[in-house]
Structure formats: C-alpha cells, structure tokens
Design a protein. Sequence first.
Length: 66
Amino acid sequence: MEEFVAKGGMIGTTIGPKGIIETDKDSYNFQKELQDKKFDQEALKLWLRMRNEVISELQEKGFDVE
C-alpha cells in the first residue's frame, strides 16, 4: 500500500492534506466552465429576444420606448 501511495496512486489521483482522495479536476472544471459560459450566452440571447419582443409590442401600441 505504501508503495502504491509513494508512486502517486492511480493516475490523476492525489491524496489531499486531510487524507481525502482528490481526483484530477482540471478537465472537469474546464468542461463545467465551458457549459456555464454557453448557458450564460444562451440566457443572454433569450433575454435580448424577449426584451426586443416586448419593445416591439409596446411600440405597436404607440408607446415611445428607447
């Protein structure tokens, strides 16, 4: 067991300061960051489209909307 730990255990696995096994999270964090970024972009596009629809409807009803 000590030899296994001395060699680094499984590839991409480290043992943290409290003895908790920490896996290699870089690729997971990168993927999560990309998903969050894409989600934010889609949310912004949806918000702008809804905003433009409301502005169009108000302008059709005669309101002066900037």
